[in-house]
Write a protein that binds this ligand. Structure first.
Ligand SMILES: Nc1nc2c(c(=O)[nH]1)N[C@@H](CN(C=O)c1ccc(C(=O)N[C@@H](CCC(=O)O)C(=O)O)cc1)CN2
Ligand SMILES: NCC(=O)N[C@@H]1O[C@H](COP(=O)([O-])[O-])[C@@H](O)[C@H]1O
Length: 215
């Protein structure tokens, strides 16, 4: 029985595409992408899911309306509804694993707690080394730090998602050398290529760990 993966995205979806392409291959033998959720309606990743063969069901769950509909706690209300969307998916789309693949929204306990209660691990792709450049814009921040001689290397990690942003247990860590004079665009391209390998490795390991009674 294939393990079901729900992927959360916010943008182009190149990491989602890596997962789609790897599913049911030796790279991710027991994985199947069963649903994609985006917090941005224009995310090209939604198109990638629709173009998959067979097409992957998608949902759009936007944050902005919650700022007015739930002014007392927009993030908490949004996150609680996001958890309900996932936990109410039909059996064939109910996840064994949730992957944040360029998901640009900080998840509060209103999401994390019900998902943890359902025994569903969440992993995230972060384009930095553990403990470095937490949050958004990590690639550019590393590039700037290298230019000012603060660091000599950066990296990509896949980690479990906990309340503290980008501080969950690492599953995959790949170091990336920094090259003097390299443009931000070229570094970003190199890092994205490494991300596409790491995210598949991370999903495979997380599923294996869950199946053997780990997280
Ligand atoms: N509770 C957690 N939530 C998330 C984690 C995590 O480890 N724990 N990882 C992030 C992914 N991420 C970096 O890897 C990240 C993404 C976005 C942000 C951020 O500041 N988001 C802003 C909105 C920014 C925007 O809309 O452009 C926000 O949520 O207010 C930080 C880190 C996913 N979530
Ligand atoms: N903090 C998370 C983060 O910054 N993720 C970044 O979002 C991109 C999404 O690309 P994609 O939509 O093409 O997969 C990834 O390349 C990664 O660097």
């Amino acid at each position: 029985m294939a393990s079901r993966i729900v992927v959360l995205i916010s943008g182009s979806g190149s990491n989602l595409q890596a997962l789609i392409d790897a599913a049911s291959t030796p790279a991710l033998p027991n994985g199947r992408i069963v649903h994609v959720i985006s917090n941005r309606k224009a995310a090209y990743g939604l198109t990638r899911a629709a173009n998959a063969s067979p097409p992957i069901p998608t949902s759009y769950h936007g944050f902005p309306p919650y700022k007015t509909s739930h002014p007392e706690d927009p993030r908490g209300s949004y996150d609680a509804d996001l958890a309900k969307i996932i936990l109410n998916l039909p059996e064939a789309q109910y996840p064994d694993l949730i992957v944040c693949a360029g998901w640009m929204h900080i998840l509060s306990p209103k999401f994390l707690e019900p998902i943890e209660g359902a025994g569903i691990p969440i992993i995230n792709l972060h384009p930095a080394l553990p403990g470095a450049f937490d949050g958004a814009g990590a690639i550019e921040r590393a590039w700037e730090a290298f230019k000012s001689d603060q660091i000599t290397e950066t990296g990509v990690m896949i980690h479990y998602v906990i309340k503290e942003v980008d501080r969950g247990e690492p599953i995959v860590v790949k170091k990336v050398e920094l090259k003097a004079g390299e443009s931000l665009e070229d570094l970003t391209e190199r890092i994205h290529a490494i991300e596409h390998v790491a995210i598949v490795e991370g999903a495979k390991l997380a599923l294996e760990k869950k199946q053997t009674g780990g997280s």
